[in-house]
Design a protein around this ligand. Structure first.
Ligand code: ATP
Length: 203
């Protein structure tokens, strides 16, 4: 059975932390492919760059890695998008695959997931990558109260921490500081060409 990783995010912009986590989880979990799902209209935040720009940056970043692909389900989905509403669409699109979700620990700690049990019900495994600045103990409330069969689907992976975030990238661009080696070169070129992230956007 094909094993698919589902990596949802705002990707505003995609950076090397995302790419490393996707690659490392794919290895640990023996995934055949990781699908990057940029979310067009995320429920819990407002994106700075347009969805079309974020999509292009993901495409540029993953080009050349045969195990990575973009899936536009959450881009075209009417918002506000909750993962619980995206999962049935993915299940229908990939009926024969084992689906595994990939998320950073901060995403579970900072905002409680709506209908997390429903998300888990579609998954074989929910992989959590630890993140610099997120205490592993703060993950407990996210898993508390889950039925045991769903709680068992959650696995925290101890991977090298890559301390880069889209927030830092946006701040550095705005401040005129280099982001080379924090994002793939093609993403850097796109950001510069399109003049993305130069204006303050409420941060
Ligand atoms: P922002 O700084 O704008 O909040 P971000 O860097 O967290 O953005 P997202 O697109 O929101 O990026 O993240 C998508 C997913 O990738 C989330 O599950 C997030 O936790 C995870 N993630 C992002 N960066 C890292 C990283 N450096 N290490 C581990 N997980 C990460």
């Amino acid at each position: 059975m094909t094993r698919l990783g589902i990596f949802g995010g705002t990707f505003d912009p995609i950076h090397n932390g995302h790419l490393f986590i996707a690659q490392a989880v794919a290895h640990e979990a023996r995934l055949d492919r990781v699908l990057f799902l940029p979310v067009g209209d995320p429920a819990h935040r407002t994106a700075v760059a347009h969805a079309a720009d974020r999509q292009v940056m993901v495409e540029l970043a993953i080009a050349g890695n045969d195990a990575f692909a973009l899936d536009d389900t959450a881009l075209v989905q009417p918002g506000p998008v909750y993962t619980a509403d995206t999962m049935p669409l993915l299940r229908a699109a990939y009926p024969n695959a084992a689906l595994c979700f990939i998320a950073g620990a901060d995403s579970l700690v900072d905002t409680p997931w709506r209908r997390f049990d429903e998300v888990l019900s579609h998954l074989e495994t929910f992989y959590v990558a630890l993140r610099e600045g997120t205490d592993i103990r703060r993950l407990e409330p996210a898993f508390a109260g889950l039925p045991p069969d769903l709680a068992r689907r959650c696995t925290v992976l101890n991977l090298p921490l890559v301390d880069v975030s889209s927030t830092v990238i946006r701040k550095r661009v705005r401040a005129g500081q280099p982001i080379r080696y924090l994002v793939p070169d093609a993403v850097l070129t796109y950001i510069n060409r399109q003049g993305l992230y130069r204006e303050a956007a409420g941060e």
